[in-house]
Each structure stands twice: as C-alpha cells, then as structure tokens.
Design a protein around this ligand. Structure first.
Ligand SMILES: [Zn+2]
Length: 78
C-alpha cells in the first residue's frame, strides 16, 4: 500500500504529510523528514508529537481538513 505519513501535533491536529514511498515504513524515518535534529525529535516525542501511516481515504478524512486549515482543532484554538 502506498500511503502517507502524517505528522500530528500534541493537540491532535495534522501538521504535515509525506509519501510513504519517499520515506519508507518506519515512523522514526518519517519523523526525521520533518525534524532533522535528534535532540528536537526527542523533545517532540515527549511533547506528544506523533507520526502515523494512513491510507488515502484516511488521509482525506483526517489530514486534509487540518492541512487546509478547516478542521475542528483550529476552530478550537482560535
Ligand atoms: Zn486539525
């Protein structure tokens, strides 16, 4: 399955996505794409940032509204 890695902030809002084909199957490698420095990755992990592999349908449901700024999280934050 060619899916997408999505990057989720501690509030549960999707902050970015990258093709699985480009990154590979490991969440750690997906995290590296977004956050190159290991120290920053450790900090983000303790803050609750997550990286999940999703298929196309799930991407449409979960990631798209966030990336377009039309999700519940942003409404709640503003
Ligand atoms: Zn969101």
């Amino acid at each position: 399955m060619a899916g997408f890695w999505i990057r989720i902030n501690p509030q549960g809002c999707v902050d970015g996505s990258v093709h699985e084909e480009y990154v590979g199957p490991l969440a750690e490698d997906a995290h590296k794409q977004f956050t190159p420095r290991v120290r920053d990755r450790r900090r983000e992990a303790t803050e609750g940032w997550r990286h999940e592999l999703v298929g196309h349908d799930e991407w449409d449901q979960r990631a798209k509204p966030c990336l377009l700024g039309q999700c519940e999280h942003r409404k709640a934050a503003s």
